[in-house]
Write a protein that binds this ligand. Sequence first.
Ligand code: ZN
Ligand code: ZN
Length: 409
Amino acid sequence: MRVQIINAHMLEPATGERRQDSWIEIDGGKIVDSGVGTPPAPSGDVRVIDARGGTVMPGLIDAHVHILVTSTDASEVASWAPSYATIRALRSAGDMLRRGFTTVRDVGGADYGMARALDEGLLPGPRLVFGGKALSQTGGHGDFRSRSDDSLPCCQLKPDFGRIADGVDAVRRAARDEFRKGAHHLKLVVSGGVASPTDEISAVQYTADELRAAVVEAENHNRYVTAHAYHPRAVNQALRAGVRCIEHGNLIDDESIRLLVANDAFLVPTIVTYEAMYEVGRASGLSSSSLGKLDEVRSAALDALGRAHLAGVNIAYGSDLLGALQVRQLDEFTIRARVQENIDVIRSATSTAARLLNMEGQVGTLSPGAFADLLILDGDPERDIGILTNPRRYLRHVTIRGEVADVAG
Ligand code: ZN
Ligand code: ZN
């Protein structure tokens, strides 16, 4: 279907360029042309949308989601059939689209089948850029066995998040297997985490050799490695091994920031998840040991973002919200706007995230040739970030795959 958007205030995040009183033409799911003033007369079957002076900008990108983790109640989740877990996940993907996210990067869980279903438009939802299962060492952040559990490490979890791989050969094999299954990137967990039951936040997971094996496999497949890490010991070891992106990074030090800049690497803070878990406390499904670990990382998060931003680190938007907390996916904008200009936060969820995903020119931009993944907003999010965080009130339309998505409700 062809679509013409008129009376638009276009916002191109990468340059900050704005064009008032402009028009955009969409055909075959892509932006084909745009201009200022009177648009070309629509011919044939064209749907015309009057933006009424509202902002038209690229759809948002969330670079850190786990769409399969729709509940944090482990015993409840254990009773689910994979089909049920998948359908719940795809429903939550639809909710993400209704919030204005037209691309999401899954960093643990989602697979080719889900990406294909969304791509074929079987259900409403964003583009899904997935990494398959995250690799974890035994006892690492992807090992959810309790201390009393003597069973052998399994390679599957419900909900699917990670797989255990110890040693260079096993890491290599697991990496190859995820790429065989179509992973766009490889996720490694390289330091302790909040939800895992037996590790410490400051624990370093994986050795330099194992990290290097993963990075070489990724490079051989024209892909990259992203790593969950909090503590500078883990962060810096990963960056030195060639890991291209650090997830969270709450406790990063000056050397981490130096390495991020020198390697042109990316940082994906996920501050809202700590705030959300902290506010709901035990009701989030976290154990008391996890709540203790939450304290360690929550207080440092905003300061780390501020320091990285000042140093010029590539920063992408991430939410990492699990289960029922996913409804707060847009609140990361509000939090980041405390230490960054609105346009910089908008870039993190558009142009910078597009670079991280190796999708520059395809998403996160209004340039001709890009996917027509657009938001039409009543208001200017560069002036007031609240225009983005209240979609019920301000998000008039989302276009994706050449269609105008139904964002009501
Ligand atoms: Zn993580
Ligand atoms: Zn995560």
